[in-house]
Design a protein around this ligand. Structure first.
Ligand SMILES: [Zn+2]
Length: 109
């Protein structure tokens, strides 16, 4: 049995003006700040593909950033378009789960 299996998201919706709500099929729910989700964008424009270094400054992210579009990509990722027009980030489920664990706030269900 795999212990560290990544659950699948079953709910993605706004939680507040600054947080997204991610619900998972293991019945856990997390609120995650939009600014963190934007900061951890996994695209080649935000991360150096050779060094893995993040090339986006945290201070350059609008504190009022929010998604303007969220689209499922197959059954493994979510593509997010942001209010700063950045739209190249594809967040794999593993990545979203990891962000929930590290940057998210677990909600009582
Ligand atoms: Zn990006």
């Amino acid at each position: 049995m795999r212990v560290a299996m990544t659950p699948n998201p079953i709910l993605i919706q706004p939680h507040s003006s600054t947080e997204i709500l991610l619900g998972w099929n293991n019945n856990e729910r997390y609120a995650l700040p939009y600014s963190e989700l934007r900061f951890y964008c996994p695209c080649a424009g935000c991360v150096d593909e050779h060094t893995g270094q993040r090339t986006v400054e945290r201070s350059s992210i609008d504190p009022e950033i929010r998604p303007t579009g969220v689209n499922l990509v197959g059954r493994y990722a979510v593509a997010i378009t942001w209010s700063d027009r950045h739209d190249t980030g594809m967040y794999h489920y593993e990545r979203l789960w990891e962000l929930c664990q590290k940057q998210g706030r677990k909600l009582e269900s």
